[in-house]
Every structure is written in structure tokens, then in C-alpha cells.
Design a protein. Structure first.
Lengths: 575, 412
């Protein structure tokens, strides 16, 4: 966060701050998107400090209040993919409050360097229509491959690629790499965290044949613009994006007995009656209620699912194979009266039926609670403190689902800054890989090896099959095979053996530092916090046994071993 | 080398002691039933695997796909000639097929159909656990579990094994190992130093979940190293497998089964069955590969044959009519293959639905007369002791397909 625009902490009063913020926004218009206006005031000065002190008062059993250093590490651990050494200095200088407010307004943060690097990934920048044209051109080239043998080799290679094989698999690979670039290098860390959070909340599976060319647009056009905006906008954008319409089959859902269909069947009953994919499909309706809004215990019935599905009939996709885009087809729509959660949606509403359902769901208290619970789980702990969930749900309701406001409620809560929340979360594979590279100040020339590491540790990016997306609790990530992959990644990264990633550990061994000193420096660099005496003693013993000759030949070897052992240790699997 | 301050755990010293600690007898005669689930992804053309020669209509619908060299089996069905390596197993009555097998859901999306099959709930995507994970949780068979209770030869855990049961996924046995530590010895010594080191670090973890995962991981590593040798040395690799995905997966599953590590469920998936174009050549190559891999697997299993049941299924079949590119498109009914010491083999199970236009599903695909869950349920009951069909396949009201000999009547 080196390129921060004015530090609002320098302005004594709030109206000045607002003005300054507006000026900053204007200055950065070139790289900024339209900013969603603030619905709640900025965090009060020193909110995290006050919250930490209050947490210690309220809950003395949790231990003393977080120290300033712990507070900084904790803020960075929750709001970014992991602290870079320079981030700690920045937060120490401007204070956690200013840092959080800055991150809550990504449009005010210059991120030109990363934007430039992303231009290399066509799947990130191009429209689905352009990607489909690329794909067609590539297939044509392959079809006219010079020799039969060449074609066979190409086919074999493309098959070798697990479930992303087949046409368009490369696009998902590009997206995964772009995501790694952003997670490691973007200055707008909270925005990236929230894009990841919402993509998972409204998951689509990039491996499904027709979705591969749509995923880039889905994240760019439906998720990212609203990641810190209003929940209702997010809901509406995902509901009408071709990726979601295809993933959960709504594009094929039509009235079971629409008048148009009845007419058809009268004349050609045999042929039409057996056409596949006709009729109501409840997939989207079910997941909309269960996963996107109310939650499984949110108080809806199977009848509600069916009625919601009827409302969304006709929300389909035009020109799926050439220029996919949302389209309402009246002929597929069930125009009868529906009753959703006790509310009557009158007959003849057409396309507005679906919008009415989204409005109803976005206003429903169960949605506020469900979303609040998920946010608190992401930022605070696997077992979300219920009082905080209630306050965040209240913020949801009082601000019309303003995401930035909900985050402010969390970012000023004693629950977040309680000692109980310190390192309470297991790092997801993405967080582990991106965070480790950030901690070491690594330069990423080619993100492929990082994307593959994330996959090996259990989170192939854009490839979560189920509509639930990836889990956000320790149980989802702590397993035998994954642990080996975590440790192997740590060892490889420390030794500079991740292709395309440069790490420089020479500062750890500067001045012929011995094992003790190297370990302390590595600990500070990685934000390892307090290691148990056992771990420290143990790592130290392993450092001392490196033969002097080895150290003489290659002084970095001590640093490599120290960093490898720490990054692979249980303490560093948490944030 | 300095001593590890935590000390090396004693039970790692001898594999017999280690296995005994999981309740697994190291006695090679111990009977442990194993279920191998082979998922043929992409939609296998069952009509090419077992071609109904008596269906006159096929000559018209798929003239370019009928192979004159197909091997007649029984009452009007002929085996694809590339599967000739399986003929001895079929004649030996350890291999059976079922025809017109599939899922009731009409989807023709690979993703949906694969998902439905792996979840065991056609039409329902929100099911939490995969069918094999449920089978393991419902299992009444076997004693305490080893860390290698369920294994998938795969980069990540397949949907069928995701859920409440513990399972281990790895791309290859060779990948189940740690890198050596920087500045230390390389090779096997370096890796075992790394293992001891991290084993001790995780044994000391404050977080009980992390400590438990560490324990499982390092026990699995130790088991594999003790029984199969670091770097795979000490493995019996005398059986010749094709050097393909099918061959590699089955070779590794056979190695795990033979090493008697407590494995109960093995999983692998083999892709490439999505033959939209040039099907005859493509399919011959792939079926030849599959046939040779399965024959090698069977020969490799040796004494473990009686305890092993392999079931191979696919997400859907293909259109009866060939398309313009001498291929076929996504269809409905296909075949299943069952191989095992207790299989009542040499037979093709199921009811033939016919291939006349009126008999076809949607007028274009082979209909489904045997729910794939009927095939899987039999396997789960026989190999894992799962008797609660409703819990195994929520919403399934069908029965089990009887393709096994009664216990104790093994002919082998």
C-alpha cells in the first residue's frame, strides 16, 4: 500500500476528510471505477484500539488486550492475503483506522502496476464473444494442423489436463494466474478478498463446458463492481449473468404449461413432448434461497422453491455460442400468479417477477442474518460470535444491504479484536500461497506455479464444482493430502524453487547471522508471532545441524531452512 | 545428526507393529474387502462396447460404427474387438457387464451428469457428501481405520469421496513424500529427515485439528514408506501395465491393495470417452488401453482377487445415430463393468430395452433399464457392509442388481 493517496488521518475534521476523499477520487479517475457512495460514516479514529481494549475488559479470560504490534498484524492478516514487511510499516505509520478506511475505498488506491500486468491475460480482459471467437479460430487452426500426428499430440496434451480439459480450459488457467497476481501484488487487498468471498458465495464452476468463456466476465462484470457495494446489486448482477444462468440451468427453465407450448404440442405432440430440457428447472431457485440469500434454515418451503422457479422462467441466455448475454424470453415465462414466502406476485408480471423475488429476498431478515454470519465467519472466526452477527445483520437491514457498512461494523467490533480471534482462522490454500509470497516480498514473473500450488493444496481456482463454493472453515482445509502439499510448497518457495517466483532471503543472513538471529528475523518477516518454545527449540536444533561447510558455500541456506520450516509449521497455517 | 528433541515415535520402527496399532492384521491371509470405483468420464458409448448385433435398425443408424470384428458373447451381443484382453476374464466368470445402465435424470451435460453420479443423487446438486463418502460412513465392515482407508488416484479428492469420511488423494504414489530440507542430505535420507522434522512439529501443534491432521498424514507416509518403500522401491512391478492414465491408476491401486495397508475404497477416473468425432479409431485405442489395464490389474492382484470388486461406470451413453463427423453425441443409457472374485461373471445383466425408434429415449438414445445405483448399491453392500439403501442413495426407490455369487461360493 505504498501508493496511497492522501492520508486522511492528517485532516482534523470529518467534512475535510470527506472533501479530501472526493478530491482523491477525482484525481484517480483514470484507474477508478464509479465509487459507491458511503452510507455510513468512516470508522472513528482508533476504533480497532478501542475495540481491543473493550474486548479485554468484557472478556478478561481471553487474556490481555492485543498489543499495538499484534493489532497491526491482526488487521493485516484479516484484511489482506497476508502482510508484506512494508505493510506493517505503513499501518504503524498511518494507524489501523486509516488503513482500513483506505482499503474500504479501493477506487482511491492506485493499482496501475497490477492493472498493467493483467492486460496480458486475455481471459481477464476480453468479452465472452471475443473469447468464443478466439476459441473457434484456434479449433480451426488445430483442424488444419499440418500433420495428423501433430493433431494427435495436441489432442493428447489437452486431455492430460484434468477437468479443465477440452475447449476453453486455457481461459480458466489464465484466470487462476491473474487471481494469483492480484492476490500477491494488488494494493487493493480488501477488494480482492471480497471478490474472492463473493465469487465463492455466488459460485459458478469454470470446468462446466459452456461456462469457461463466461467466468472472466462473471467476476469482472457481476462480482467485482459490487464487492463493496450493495448486496441487492450483487444479487441482481449474478442472477442475470450468463455464467450463473447456465451453471444453475435457469436458462433452460420454462413454464411447464405455457400457452405457447400448449399450442405447439397440440400440433406436433410427439416430437415436441420428447424434446429435452423443456419445463421447469428448480436448480437456480433452490440455490438462490439456500445459498445466496435466506440460508438453509431461512424459513422457506419446497413450494417456495417451485414458485420462485416459476418467477424466473424466461430469464435465459441469447446467443450462447457466439455472444452470450442475458435475455428475457416471454414465450418461456410462466405468467400465472405466484406466491413466494407468503407474498403474492400477481399474474402478468413477466420479467419483473424475478426482480420482485430478488427484492423480497434482499429485504428478508433471514438474508441479513445469513450474509452477516458468513462475513463474520470470514473475518472473525469459524464459530461466529452471535452478538456480532446480529449487529452486522442490523447494519445490513438499516443500510439496505450496504457491504462496506457491514464491514465497518465488523472492523470496529470487540469480537474481531479479541485475543480469541487472533490466528483463529486456518489459511485457505489461496491465502497460504499468496500470503507466503507476500511475506517474503517475492516477485512473480509467472504465476502458473503459484496457481498450481493452490490447486495441489486443494483449491483449484474457479473450479469448485458445487454451488456452495469452497468452504471457509478449518474443516474444509485441514486434511492429510493437503498438509503434505502445504509443507512441500513451503520448502519449495523458501528454496526459490517455485518457477517464475523470485524470493531474496539474503537480508535474513546479513552480517553472518547465526541460527538464533536468522530464526528471529525469519519469525519477524513471516509474522510468525509467538512460537511455542517447543517449536522454536526444535527449529533451532534443525538450523544448528546444517554443516558449516554448507553455510560457507551458500550463506542463504540457513535462511532457506528457517523459512521453509516456519512456513510449513502448524503456527503458520493460521492467520 | 543431532537427536530429534521430540524423539522418534516407536511404532514407526516396524510395519507389523504399526499396522497392528490400527487393528489391521499383517497376516497376508487376512480378508479385507475392497471396492474399486472406476469412473469413465466423458460419456462412454455402451453400444460400441457391447453391440447388439441382432438390432437390425443399428445398421441404418450407425453404419460407420459397427465393427465386423466384434466378438460374439451371448444372445445377440458382441464385445468390441479392442476389449479382447478382457475375454479370458469374462470366460473365467470373474467379469460381467450390465447393459442399458444409467441415471434417471435426462441431463446431457457432462458436468451435471458426473456430479449426479458422484453424489449418487440424480437431479439433486445440493447433496453434501459423495456416494462413496456416505458408503464409508455407513459401513459396518472392518475394524479400526488406517490413514489409507480410502484413496483416490487424483490431484484432488473426487466429488464421490468428498464428505464426512476421511480420504486421501494423490496423483501418484511417488508424489506422497516430502522434499528434503535445504542444506541437508538429499534423496531418501533427506526426505525421511524432513518427515521426522514435520512430524514432530505437528505433534506439538497447539491446535488439536492440526495435530490430528499431522498425525494422519505422517502415519500414511510412514505406512507407504514401510510397505512400499521410499521412491516406490520395494514395490512389485513385474506386471506389465499400459503406460497410460488407466494403466498408471490401476497399477497404483493394485500396489496399495497388495500391500495390505487397510485400503477399503480406491478411486480413479479415466477420461477421453467423449467421442464426438472419428469414434472408431479413437474408441479402439481407448478401449484397448482400458482392456489391457484391467487385465493387468487382475493379474497383478494375485491373492487379493477374491476380496476385490471393481465397478466401472460412466455418466451417460451416446446417441444411437452416428453424427456427421463419424462420432456420436451425448446420450442416455450405457454399460457398467464389474470385475471381482465374487462376481457371477460371464454374463451381461440388465433388461435390453430395444433400439427401435419407439424404444429409444427421446427417440435418439438407448433407454435406461437399470439404474446405475442398483449396480453401486450391490458393491457397497458386498464390500463395505452397507445395508441401508435409503441412506446410501437418498431418494432412491429401486433395488440392487444381483451380479455377485453368494458369499462362500467363490469359485476361485
Amino acid at each position: 500500500m505504498a501508493h496511497v493517496v492522501p492520508h486522511r488521518a492528517n485532516f482534523p475534521d470529518r467534512s475535510w476528510r470527506a472533501l479530501a476523499a472526493m478530491a482523491a477520487t477525482a484525481l484517480l479517475a483514470a484507474c477508478a471505477r464509479t465509487a459507491v457512495p458511503d452510507r455510513t460514516p468512516p470508522l472513528p479514529d482508533d476504533a480497532p484500539r478501542a475495540a481491543a481494549d473493550e474486548a479485554a475488559l468484557r472478556d478478561p479470560q481471553a487474556g490481555p488486550a492485543l498489543t499495538d504490534a499484534e493489532l497491526i498484524d491482526h488487521v493485516l492478516a484479516r484484511v489482506t492475503f497476508g502482510a508484506r514487511p512494508a505493510d506493517r510499516e505503513l499501518v504503524a505509520r498511518i494507524g489501523p483506522t486509516a488503513f482500513l478506511e483506505e482499503q474500504l475505498h479501493p477506487e482511491r488506491i492506485d493499482d496501475a502496476a497490477v492493472a498493467g500486468r493483467l492486460a496480458a491475460y486475455r481471459a481477464v480482459t476480453a468479452s465472452p464473444a471475443e473469447l468464443l471467437r478466439d476459441l473457434a479460430a484456434r479449433q480451426k487452426r488445430e483442424a488444419s494442423a499440418e500433420s495428423f500426428l501433430q493433431a494427435m499430440v495436441q489432442a493428447e496434451e489437452s486431455r492430460a489436463r484434468a477437468r479443465t480439459d477440452g475447449p476453453g480450459g486455457a481461459f480458466v488457467g489464465e484466470l487462476a494466474q491473474a487471481k494469483m497476481v492480484r492476490a500477491v501484488a494488488s494494493e487493493r487487498q480488501l477488494e480482492e478478498v471480497m471478490v474472492d468471498f463473493w465469487f465463492n458465495h455466488f459460485n459458478v464452476f469454470g470446468g462446466k463446458d459452456r461456462i469457461r468463456t463466461l467466468v472472466g466476465s462473471y467476476e469482472r462484470d457481476a462480482i467485482r463492481p459490487h464487492a463493496l457495494g450493495r448486496f441487492r446489486d450483487l444479487l441482481g448482477a449474478t442472477a442475470q449473468h450468463p455464467a450463473m444462468l447456465v451453471y444453475l440451468d435457469n436458462w433452460r427453465s420454462s413454464a411447464s404449461t405455457s400457452p405457447a407450448r400448449q399450442r405447439r404440442t397440440e400440433f406436433r405432440w410427439l416430437a415436441k413432448a420428447k424434446r429435452p430440457g423443456r419445463g421447469l428447472n428448480e436448480n437456480y431457485a433452490r440455490e438462490l434461497l439456500e445459498l445466496h440469500t435466506l440460508g438453509v434454515d431461512g424459513g422457506y418451503t419446497q413450494e417456495d422453491v417451485t414458485e420462485v422457479a416459476r418467477c424466473f422462467t424466461g430469464w435465459t441466455v441469447a446467443e450462447l455460442r457466439s455472444d452470450p448475454r442475458y435475455l428475457f424470453r416471454r414465450g418461456m415465462h410462466d405468467d400465472g400468479e405466484k406466491r413466494v414466502l407468503g407474498t403474492v406476485i400477481e399474474a402478468g408480471g413477466g420479467e419483473s417477477d424475478g426482480q420482485a423475488v430478488l427484492d423480497l429476498l434482499a429485504r428478508h431478515p433471514s438474508t441479513a442474518r445469513f450474509v452477516a454470519n458468513k462475513l463474520v465467519r470470514r473475518f472473525v472466526s469459524d464459530d461466529p460470535p452471535q452478538l456480532l452477527v446480529e449487529r452486522v445483520a442490523e447494519t445490513f437491514e438499516s443500510t439496505g444491504g450496504d457491504i462496506r457498512s457491514m464491514l465497518r461494523t465488523i472492523f470496529s467490533s470487540p469480537e474481531l479484536f479479541s485475543r480469541r480471534a487472533l490466528r483463529a482462522k486456518v489459511r485457505s490454500p489461496l491465502e497460504l500461497v499468496a500470503g507466503s509470497v507476500r511475506a517474503l516480498g517475492g516477485d512473480v514473473d509467472d504465476a502458473l506455479s503459484l496457481a498450481r500450488a493452490v490447486e495441489r493444496i486443494g483449491e483449484p481456482l474457479y473450479q469448485a464444482q458445487p454451488p456452495t463454493g469452497y468452504g471457509d472453515t478449518a474443516g474444509a482445509w485441514v486434511s492429510s493430502g493437503a498438509l503434505l502439499a502445504r509443507i512441500n510448497f513451503a520448502l519449495a518457495l523458501a528454496e526459490g524453487r517455485m518457477d517464475g517466483v523470485r524470493v531474496d532471503l539474503s537480508s535474513l543472513v546479513e552480517g553472518e547471522a547465526g541460527p538464533d538471529q536468522v530464526l528471529s528475523r525469519a519469525q519477524a518477516l513471516l509474522g510468525a508471532g509467538e512460537l511455542s518454545d517447543r517449536t522454536r527449540e526444535f527449529v533451532l536444533a534443525r538450523l544448528r545441524e546444517v554443516p558449516a561447510k554448507r553455510v560457507e558455500k551458500k550463506p542463504d541456506v540457513l535462511a532457506e531452512r528457517a523459512v521453509g520450516l516456519l512456513l510449513g509449521a502448524p503456527e503458520l497455517q493460521r492467520r | 545428526m543431532t537427536m530429534n528433541p521430540f524423539g522418534r515415535r516407536h511404532f514407526l520402527q516396524g510395519s507389523a507393529v504399526l499396522l497392528a496399532s490400527f487393528g489391521v492384521s499383517a497376516d497376508p491371509g487376512a480378508r479385507k474387502r475392497k471396492l474399486v470405483f472406476l469412473f469413465l468420464t466423458g460419456g462412454l458409448d455402451g453400444l460400441s462396447v457391447l453391440s447388439p448385433t441382432a438390432e437390425a435398425g443399428l445398421r441404418e443408424l450407425r453404419p460407420g460404427l459397427l465393427d465386423e470384428k466384434a466378438i460374439p458373447l451371448e444372445s445377440g451381443l458382441a464385445l468390441h474387438p479392442a476389449l479382447a484382453p478382457l475375454l479370458p476374464l469374462y470366460r473365467d466368470n470373474v467379469l460381467a457387464f450390465a447393459h442399458a445402465v444409467g441415471q434417471p435424470d435426462p441431463t446431457r451435460s457432462h458436468f451435471d451428469a458426473q456430479d449426479y453420479l458422484e453424489l449418487g443423487t440424480p437431479g439433486v446438486k445440493s447433496t453434501r457428501d459423495g456416494w462413496l463418502s456416505r458408503a464409508l460412513q455407513l459401513s459396518s465392515a472392518g475394524g479400526p481405520r488406517t490413514p489409507l482407508d480410502a484413496v483416490a488416484i487424483s490431484q484432488h479428492l473426487p466429488r464421490s469421496l468428498q464428505g464426512g469420511a476421511k480420504a486421501f488423494a494423490f496423483g501418484s504414489l511417488g508424489a506422497v513424500r516430502l522434499r528434503p530440507l535445504a542444506g541437508g542430505p538429499g534423496g531418501a535420507r533427506g526426505r525421511s529427515l524432513a518427515r521426522d522434522t514435520f512430524e514432530a512439529l505437528y505433534a506439538g501443534a497447539r491446535d488439536p485439528n492440526m495435530a490430528a491432521a499431522g498425525k494422519e498424514t505422517f502415519e500414511a507416509l510412514a505406512l507407504l514408506e514401510e510397505r512400499l518403500g521410499l521412491d516406490g522401491r520395494g514395490r512389485d512391478e513385474s506386471t506389465e501395465y499400459p503406460r497410460t492414465a488407466a494403466g498408471n491408476s490401476l497399477r497404483q491401486l493394485a500396489a496399495l491393495i497388495k500391500a495390505d495397508l487397510g485400503l477399503r475404497v480406491g478411486c480413479a477416473s479415466i477420461g477421453g470417452w467423449d467421442t464426438h468425432a472419428n469414434q472408431p479409431g479413437e474408441l479402439s485405442r481407448r478401449l484397448g488401453d482400458l482392456g489391457r489395464a484391467l487385465a493387468a490389474f487382475w493379474s497383478d492382484l494375485g491373492d487379493a482377487r477374491d476380496d476385490t470388486l471393481l465397478v466401472a461406470v460412466t455418466e451417460f451413453g451416446r446417441t444411437v445415430r452416428q453424427n456427421g463427423a463419424l462420432g456420436t453425441d451425448h446420450g442416455h443409457g450405457s454399460i457398467a463393468l464389474m470385475l471381482g472374485g465374487r462376481v457371477d461373471g460371464g454374463k451381461v445383466y440388465g433388461r435390453w430395452p430395444g433400439a427401435s425408434p419407439a424404444a429409444l429415449h427421446d427417440g435418439r438414445d438407448l433407454a435406461v433399464t437399470t439404474d446405475v445405483r442398483a449396480v453401486l448399491a450391490t458393491a457397497a453392500e458386498a464390500q463395505l457392509g452397507v445395508s441401508d439403501l435409503g441412506a446410501l442413495f437418498p431418494g432412491y426407490r429401486g433395488s440392487k442388481l444381483g451380479y455377485l455369487r453368494a458369499p462362500g461360493l467363490s469359485l476361485r
